[in-house]
Design a protein around this ligand. Structure first.
Ligand SMILES: Cc1cc2nc3c(=O)[nH]c(=O)nc-3n(C[C@H](O)[C@H](O)[C@H](O)COP(=O)(O)OP(=O)(O)OC[C@H]3O[C@@H](n4cnc5c(N)ncnc54)[C@H](O)[C@@H]3O)c2cc1C
Ligand SMILES: NC(=O)c1ccc[n+]([C@@H]2O[C@H](COP(=O)([O-])OP(=O)(O)OC[C@H]3O[C@@H](n4cnc5c(N)ncnc54)[C@H](OP(=O)(O)O)[C@@H]3O)[C@@H](O)[C@H]2O)c1
Length: 247
């Protein structure tokens, strides 16, 4: 099997000083919404590769990858300098288990994210599957600052297309923002504020939860959900929580 596929940058969007969307054309294998590709660049004779979730739905092209630059990050400091026409490399086969085919049926689907962790949920929401399988779908996105609530046009379009089914809840933790909750996701679940805002139950009986982003948020959120009788989903022992840690 070929190790790397050559991809071509179609466009790079700069949302904030540190948040970017990279659009790429590449002949890689099919993926399921929620999965990731490995992106790589050659640096000093070596390939430096990291996983990035697809933001586009499987039928859409070009591929979109949404990332934050890290101050000393070897790959992100290089990715953000790419321009239309430049080459980058992708692993030929996408991978990952943050996908609806791993999630049992339930009344409500909760998609909980911090930062760039919203990406795979946008891909999932742009497919038919969540709307066919769940009565309510709640998208939760937590960021430090209001300008980090990116992809709002797409979120609003999806909410407009599914007005009975979709709810969105945003958290902005380090400044006041009208229409967004303050503080953090785990505390808001514990205090009942998240459910109240969404108007949708978050319970072991009625809900499946997918969580993506900051690993500490995932640990803290899983602990709060465990107190509601929810547990990790395993193929041989189905539960309620399916996660992807970004670091
Ligand atoms: C399955 C999977 C999917 C991923 N998908 C994405 C994605 O869609 N978008 C994305 O931006 N990143 C994603 N990541 C993280 C990504 O792979 C890289 O780790 C990240 O871009 C940093 O690469 P780097 O070489 O610049 O710095 P590194 O030296 O690899 O990382 C430096 C440090 O930055 C922190 N960090 C890494 N990623 C993030 C992040 N996303 N947000 C906040 N802090 C972070 C960690 O503390 C890490 O140790 C994913 C990771 C995994 C495991
Ligand atoms: N965003 C920036 O302005 C900024 C600036 C310089 C460097 N960085 C670095 O860049 C990386 C990415 O930053 P980011 O802002 O995208 O991601 P982040 O630090 O994961 O923050 C995103 C959201 O997750 C929340 N969060 C963090 N830990 C949590 C936990 N244990 N439980 C629940 N919620 C939690 C944050 O709340 P809190 O605000 O309460 O933490 C914030 O609302 C980090 O490594 C960070 O150190 C970020």
């Amino acid at each position: 099997m070929q190790k790397w596929v050559e991809g071509r940058v179609v466009a790079q969007t700069r949302w904030t000083e540190r948040l970017f969307s990279l659009r790429v054309e590449a002949e890689i294998s099919a993926f399921e919404a929620g999965q990731f590709a490995k992106l790589a660049l050659a640096m000093e004779g070596e390939m430096v590769a990291r996983p990035y979730s697809f933001v586009n739905a499987p039928r859409e092209r070009p591929h979109e990858f949404y990332y934050v630059t890290l101050p000393d990050g070897p790959l992100t400091q290089r990715l953000c300098r790419l321009e239309a026409g430049n080459t980058l490399y992708l692993a030929p086969r996408p991978a990952g288990f943050l996908v609806l085919s791993e999630v049992p049926n339930a009344e409500n689907l909760w998609l909980i994210s911090t930062g760039t962790g919203i990406g795979p949920f946008l891909s999932i929401l742009k497919t038919e599957t969540p709307w066919q399988r769940f009565k309510h779908v709640v998208l939760v996105h937590a960021v430090r600052h209001a300008d980090e609530l990116t992809h709002r046009d797409e979120v609003e379009r999806l909410a407009g297309e599914h007005p009975e089914q979709m709810r969105t809840v945003s958290f902005v933790s380090r400044e006041k923002k009208q229409g967004a909750l303050p503080g953090r996701i785990p505390a808001a679940i514990d205090e009942g504020r998240l459910e109240a805002e969404a108007g949708v139950a978050l319970s072991a009986r009625e809900s499946q939860v997918m969580i993506c982003g900051n690993p500490e948020m995932i640990t803290d959120t899983s602990a709060v959900l465990a107190r509601r009788g929810m547990k990790k989903n395993r193929r041989r022992d189905p539960g309620h929580i399916t996660v992807e840690n970004y670091w």
